[in-house]
Design a protein around this ligand. Structure first.
Ligand code: ADP
Ligand code: MG
Length: 675
């Protein structure tokens, strides 16, 4: 039987009455199986004895010592005992015994003890803030599990119950991993792994057990992904990724050639190889599910347009979904410039489209009079019908949840469930480390654009301390005088009463009237009306506006190659991913561009680390890795919230090496089993 299948109620265990059962239920523990898989959140190592002098090196230490004196402090009812201990190296420590006057009798001067606790330097001595003390002869040297607790349930009781469950039910537990895999990875049988988790002999053993469980969890997950992928398209995910020239190679179709001829530049090698991968998907008759990864400014849009042409030539319709109005509009403008002259029929659909225009557009979509439609999530809302949606592109896909993906697939098969789902191309500039992308996006294929279009100069990044903006404003002024444009980004739209931060609205006034009076300035943020946003962006793109003051609405996708300065004030308030995206708004042409990060005094350690990374590198993949280190197993670009990652003990961010290993192992197993 697998451990989770042990459905015996915990109340069968000796020592679990109704009260304890209720407390356990609050930890979601109702069966013995659930009790055995209530994982310790940490372990307390009492096997290694230290001297008090090590107090600073560990959060908690275990010390063998002698009581050298009883001391008292405070007066009257506040009078409190203090045990003075001396360890074998002669180092002294003091234990204030609040509410524990009975310790005086229990530990007379001269008695030998073992104390375990966290110690600090306070009032000129080493003092314990929290401790457990035992007579030396009773002290057991052990590694104790520390469980997540609910009020009223003591660690000691929980430890006892788990051990009882282990000894009564441990024998019959089977391992979920195939025997062969388990042996290969030298993973002990499941019952032994559980013992190592709940009653380890050393921290190393506990860690080994945790890793074994993580491996198992990932392995089973990857096995499921591999199976699904084999069913969908007869191969495993990751086979034939577009990173090398493994793809079928790219031969443009007539419409694609026509577009290429209109461009003032050639495709980069990576763009070609991505298009090769995409062409292969179209040819293969298996619904495409591909992630196109490429750093900001690497030219993903063009790849999407080219792919859309291919779908249109095949007689289908294509849809391009963007996360913001602003970005959708920009794509619409680019496509009308690039694609309309080729005779492609385009439409732009957002939630704000007025009723009359909307119903006309919807009718045309349903009749197949529109080839490519571009818009926000409105593209896939109810009431929108496609004649023959064959290809859907999602820009900045990390901004969307899992739901959209299935909504899109449904649109493609609406009215005719027999029809194959549309090809799906997802674009992301969030450089998710590769392993993560694979686990997060399941069975997606991945194409990567690694090299930037030629002629780009690396952006020069300066850190400027709050109060020294004078020089930087001067610098930006000279760029403006040379005909360039600049962004100024702020964390807030308007002044806030609680936060003393510069706001976009206030700084807009200041920059316009005081700092750069000669230059046209505009203000854009999420509360500006759509019509107005559109006018402003058009003016910024045409160069009629020189300075765009904004919040992070300009973070995704905006593409104005003549803008060479990105000034981010209160840069310490932005996350690494956002800073990288914002910086990516400049350096999009052949002009030298600059990014100024203005930061306030009293930075937190994390903020310091983020700014340092931004200063040192412009490589999105490096930044993503650093982000991972700084935030630890936190959230990367909202992935965690997206609901993709629902593991029990495993953490794809922290445990990504195990993830990779488990994936390889599971896929090898699948292939061997099939052959
Ligand atoms: P992103 O990958 O961030 O979406 P875009 O698609 O917005 O990047 O492209 C950034 C800029 O690079 C655009 O101005 C685009 O016209 C330009 N571009 C795209 N491909 C090439 C290329 N092969 N050579 C030169 N410039 C290119
Ligand atoms: Mg883009």
């Amino acid at each position: 039987m697998f451990v989770r299948e042990i459905g015996v109620p915990v109340t069968r265990l000796k020592g679990v009455g109704p009260a304890t059962a209720a407390q356990l239920a609050r930890l979601e523990v109702r069966t013995v199986g659930e009790l055995l898989t209530l994982w310790p959140r940490d372990w307390d190592d009492r096997t290694r004895e230290q001297s008090f002098s090590a107090f600073n090196a560990f959060p908690k230490i275990t010390v063998r010592a002698k009581v050298s004196a009883h001391d008292w402090f405070g007066f009257g009812r506040m009078r409190t005992l203090k045990l003075v201990l001396q360890d074998s190296e002669g180092v002294l420590a003091e234990l204030p015994c609040f509410n524990r006057p009975f310790l005086e009798r229990q530990f007379p001067v001269g008695s030998a003890v073992v104390v375990h606790g966290s110690f600090h330097w306070k009032y000129g001595s080493i003092q314990a803030s929290a401790f457990e003390i035992e007579p030396e002869e009773e002290a057991e040297s052990k590694v104790l599990p520390v469980y997540p607790l609910t009020a009223g349930l003591a660690q000691n009781l929980l430890r006892k119950l788990v051990l009882r469950a282990l000894s009564e039910y441990g024998k019959g537990i089977d391992t979920e991993l195939p025997e062969k895999v388990r042996r290969e990875r030298q993973i002990p049988p499941k019952a032994e792994v559980l013992r190592m988790m709940h009653a380890p002999e050393s921290l190393e053993e506990a860690d080994k057990a945790r890793k074994a469980l993580v491996f198992e969890e990932f392995w089973l997950f990857e096995l499921a992904i591999g199976k699904r992928s084999l069913e969908r398209r007869g191969k495993l995910p990751g086979q034939g990724d577009g990173t090398a020239s493994s793809g079928p190679g790219f031969t443009p179709t007539p419409l694609q050639s026509a577009l290429l001829q209109r461009l003032p530049f050639a495709l980069t090698e990576d763009q070609k190889s991505a298009l090769g991968d995409i062409g292969g998907d179209f040819d293969s008759n298996i619904p495409m599910a591909r992630l196109l990864q490429g750093d900001v400014g690497s030219g993903k849009t063009l790849v999407a347009f080219m792919a859309a042409l291919r779908a249109v030539e095949g007689g289908g319709q294509a849809a391009l979904l963007a996360p913001t109005e602003l970005l959708a509009r920009q794509h619409a403008e680019n496509s009308s410039r690039l694609l309309e002259p080729l005779g492609v029929r385009l439409a732009f659909l957002t939630g704000n489209l007025k009723a009359a225009g909307r119903s006309k557009l919807l009718a045309e979509l349903a009749e197949g009079k529109i080839d490519i439609v571009i818009g926000t999530h409105a593209l896939f809302s109810k009431g929108v019908r496609y004649k023959n949606l064959r290809f859907a592109m999602i820009d900045e896909q990390h901004r969307f949840g899992v739901l959209q993906r299935s909504a899109i697939i449904e649109k493609g098969t609406e009215g005719d469930p027999q029809r194959r789902p549309p090809h799906l191309l997802m674009m992301s500039a969030t450089p998710i480390p590769r392993t993560l992308a694979l686990s997060v996006f399941g069975d997606l294929d991945v194409s990567v654009i690694r090299t930037m279009p030629p002629g780009r100069k690396p952006i020069i990044t300066h850190l400027t301390r709050h109060g020294n903006e004078g020089n930087l404003y001067g610098f930006v002024g000279r760029e403006l005088a040379a005909g360039r444009q600049a962004y100024f980004v702020y964390p807030l739209i308007e002044e806030s009463e609680t936060l003393s931060l510069k706001s976009a609205a206030a700084m807009f006034e200041h920059l316009k009237t005081r700092v750069f009076p000669g230059y046209p300035c505009a203000l854009i943020h999420s509360q500006v009306e759509e019509e107005e946003q559109r006018r402003i962006m058009a003016e910024f793109r045409s160069g009629a506006v020189s300075i765009l003051v904004a919040t992070s609405v300009v973070e995704v996708g905006v593409d104005v190659p003549n803008a060479t300065c990105m000034v981010i004030e209160h840069a310490e308030r932005f996350g690494l991913a956002a800073l990288h995206q914002l910086r990516g708004r400049v350096g999009r042409g052949s002009l030298q561009s600059y990014c100024f990060l203005v930061y306030a005094a009293n930075l937190t350690e994390d903020a310091k680390a983020r700014l340092k990374v931004m200063h040192e590198t412009t490589d999105g993949f490096v930044i993503a890795e650093e982000d991972l280190k700084i935030r630890g197993p936190g959230d990367i670009a909202g992935i965690r919230q997206s609901g993709y990652l629902a593991f029990d003990l495993a953490d794809p961010l922290r445990d990504r090496e195990i993830l990779e290993d488990a994936r390889n192992s599971a896929f090898t197993y699948l292939l061997e089993e099939l052959s």
